[in-house]
Ligand binder design. Structure first.
Ligand code: GRF
Length: 185
């Protein structure tokens, strides 16, 4: 997993049955997610350097790269190297509200529905948060609740959807046809 922050999605994958988090790369050494990995005995490297990241992933026999709150744009070379094997989780119904402030942007827009998207990362990654959508779940926005409550409800969805997507990948059930993903079986 590649992370930069809290690592609550990392925790969800660590806790998920049948999923083996091979290693973690954090672009920030002080990210709370680093400690979560250490506590779980998962090998962790703090680096923002891509060749170093790649070498670490290879060394740990990684089959799938999961981005969860990873705040760096990956190079073409990296995305090509792991083509079809990079998942990202994002707190909006993409393609609405890509980028680092999705929750605030959706609220500022006054949307009545937002949600969570898990998608494969494609070569158009220069614009963040693009690629074939694997899973999506909507959430009604109540403007009576605080921003923190909304974020918490979105996180709860993420913590369910991301392990589900990883399981689908591991089972070979994600079939990509252009922009579309068909879940087989
Ligand atoms: C999540 O909301 C994810 O969708 C977004 O960044 C956040 C990361 O949260 N890409 P965490 O570090 O997993 O707690």
């Amino acid at each position: 997993m590649l992370i930069s922050g809290q690592g609550s999605n990392l925790q969800a994958l660590i806790d998920a049955e049948g999923i083996d988090v091979a290693c973690v790369v954090s672009s920030r050494a002080e990210a709370p997610g680093v400690e979560r990995a250490q506590r779980a005995g998962v090998p962790v490297l703090a680096t923002a350097d891509e060749p170093e990241t790649n070498a670490f992933l290879e060394q740990h026999g990684v089959e799938l790269v999961v981005l969860a709150g990873y705040m760096r744009i990956l190079s073409d070379g990296f995305v090509r190297r792991w083509s079809g094997r990079i998942l990202n989780v994002h707190p909006s119904l993409l393609p609405a509200f890509p980028g680092a402030h999705a929750i605030d942007d959706a609220v500022a827009h006054g949307v009545k529905q937002t949600g969570v998207t898990v998608h494969l990362v494609d070569a158009d990654h220069v614009r963040a948060d693009t690629g074939p959508i694997v899973l999506q779940e909507a959430l009604a926005v109540s403007y009576d609740q605080s921003r923190a409550e909304l974020a918490e409800r979105l996180h709860e969805i993420e913590h369910r959807l991301l392990p589900e997507a990883v399981r689908l990948f591991a089972a070979g059930r994600i079939e990509v046809d252009g922009r579309r993903v068909r879940i087989s079986g």
